[in-house]
Ligand binder design. Structure first.
Ligand code: HEC
Ligand code: HEC
Ligand code: HEC
Length: 437
């Protein structure tokens, strides 16, 4: 199905004639590149501007550039980090100002084109694994500063790692079709009826923060659907709804509680782990107070999916009784007697929107694989959640999750054991070793 669609897109692009479409695409460049210098290559930059470099470092943190452009244990910004996508593995590139393997020969204009429009120096199109479809919203001032910072980095010689994409995804020209379908080449335009704080929040969420890359559900071609920030399946997890919806979004959290989650990695009930733990560790913990508050104000203002609480499953339901028993013997020591967790360390389940999320896949994968809480300057503990794959079978895991999703003020659909079986295979979790408890 997916590859048929892709072939369709490819055919569309080729049939309509590359040139005509290139022209159309180029004319759409309302968010201009010619505001950037096209004379001085990065490696030749003279007279660095320390103030711009400092501001640019903060923009890089907002964009989380280092997280994707650094491989584990590797040199910062030298690339080689593999992004798992449904289409294969895509490796980030070396963006240090090194001439042969990095972007040392690039000018500021080449850089603007890559970051905002997804085009390489040689004109080839980047894959949207590089979130240029969000960065296009970043303004000229921020990009000038970001460039000042990037070209001030230590040059590192590190050749790129080849991608492992299959046909037809390995054809970069197919991205022309993708861009026509999904890439909105428009700058951020402030909403006139909204206060400056709200606009700053939306600018960060939709632009550098690229929150929708994970939180907005994707269609078969990896493009954003209209269910903006309403929760999306990731490979081996789920990024929950983060709108003002009080049931499954963050509407029941105060502005301070949202900001605290992003700053410290935990608040009165939630603990960030997995992909969000990384986003907090590398990016959001370093945002300043006004920016975090602006993000929170903006998220809370979104009506979101409108999902409402169903009736809670009865405590006498067989799955609930089985789940309660497993909870008491396996989970209660950490998650506490009334599901209140341990402040700043262990997720509280009571009245927690993340636990009621429409998709339980994050919960299932955490129980199967375990997890680690974000480690931040504001919370250096980073408690661990053990893996239960070897100890609990699929029906046990389904039952205990059904129980926590329907206790202490929560109400959510039951978790079925076939879903757990599927996840066990998908995340390559261990089989059950021993049924004794
Ligand atoms: C989610 C991961 C991710 C994030 C975040 C990210 N990038 Fe990238 N970036 C990539 C990938 C993957 C590629 C290579 C894409 C390809 O080969 O088509 C790339 C390519 C690039 C390129 C093109 C380099 C070349 O040699 O072709 C530049 C420049 C770049 N990124 C800059 C940035 C900057 C600046 C930021 C922060 C504002 C950033 N990236 C954030 C994943 C990311
Ligand atoms: C790389 C993917 C990714 C990106 C990018 C990302 N998130 Fe998340 N986010 C997640 C995942 C996965 C979770 C669930 C984490 C957990 O339960 O431990 C999450 C959880 C959250 C939560 C807690 C929701 C709840 O009900 O528990 C908030 C708030 C949040 N993210 C806000 C943001 C904001 C704001 C941004 C952009 C600045 C962002 N996220 C960017 C993946 C991501
Ligand atoms: C040794 C302490 C410990 C035990 C025992 C434990 N947990 Fe956890 N759990 C944690 C910590 C710490 C976190 C936060 C870090 C994370 O999400 O990985 C967590 C997080 C979770 C989450 C993630 C919530 C989210 O928002 O994504 C779920 C679900 C969960 N635990 C379920 C369980 C279940 C079910 C059991 C019993 C079968 C259990 N835990 C036993 C410590 C524990």
């Amino acid at each position: 199905m997916k590859s048929k669609l892709w072939l369709g897109v490819l055919a569309l692009v080729l049939a309509a004639g590359g040139t005509a479409l290139t022209a159309l695409y180029a004319n759409g460049n309302s968010n201009a590149d010619d505001v950037a210098d096209d004379q001085v290559p990065a490696a030749d930059a003279a007279a660095p501007d320390p103030a711009a470099i400092t501001r640019g470092a903060y923009v890089a943190v907002q964009g989380d550039c280092a997280a994707c452009h650094t491989k584990p244990g590797g040199n910062a910004y030298a690339g080689g980090y593999g992004l798992q996508t449904p289409f294969g593995v895509i490796y980030s590139t070396n963006i240090t100002p090194e001439r042969d393997t990095g972007i040392g020969t690039w000018t500021e204009r080449d850089f603007f084109r890559a970051v905002r429009h997804g085009k390489r120096q040689d004109g080839a199109l980047l894959y949207p694994a590089m979130p240029y479809n969000a960065y296009v919203k970043m303004n000229d001032a921020d990009l000038h500063d970001l460039w000042a910072y990037i070209r001030s980095l230590k040059p590192v010689a590190q050749a790129p790692t080849p991608n492992t994409l299959g046909f037809p995804y390995n054809i970069r020209l197919a991205m022309l079709g993708w861009n026509l379908l999904y890439f909105k080449n428009a700058p951020y335009v402030a909403e006139p009826g909204q206060p400056a704080q709200w606009n700053r929040g939306r600018y960060l969420v939709d632009g550098a923060g690229h929150c929708g890359a994970c939180h907005t559900p994707k269609d078969a071609l990896g493009g954003d659907t209209s269910a903006y920030l309403q929760g999306a399946e990731l490979l081996g997890g789920y990024a929950p709804e983060i709108t003002g919806n009080p049931h499954v979004g963050v509407g029941s959290w105060s502005i301070e509680q949202v900001a605290q989650y992003l700053k410290v990695g935990s608040n009165h009930m939630a603990v960030a782990a997995g992909a969000m733990g990384e986003a907090v560790e590398h990016s959001t913990q370093y945002l300043n107070g006004p920016d975090l508050a602006a993000i929170a104000v903006y998220l809370e203002s979104l009506p979101g999916s409108g999902a409402q609480a169903p009736a809670a499953i009865s405590a006498n339901d067989p799955a609930m009784l089985r789940g309660a028993h497993i909870y008491e013997t396996q989970c209660m020591a950490c998650h506490n007697v009334q599901g209140q967790g341990i402040d700043g360390m262990v997720t509280g389940f009571a009245d927690n929107p993340g636990i009621r999320a429409l998709s339980p896949s994050n919960l299932i994968s955490t129980v199967l694989k375990g997890g680690r809480a974000a480690v931040t300057e504001g919370n250096v503990t980073g408690a661990g959640m053990p893996s239960f794959a070897w100890r609990l079978d699929d029906a046990d895991i389904a039952a205990v999750l059904t129980y926590v999703r329907n206790s202490w003020g929560n109400a959510a659909p039951a978790v079925g054991s076939p879903l757990v079986s599927k996840a066990r295979a998908a995340v390559h979790a261990e089989p059950v070793l021993d049924k004794q408890r």
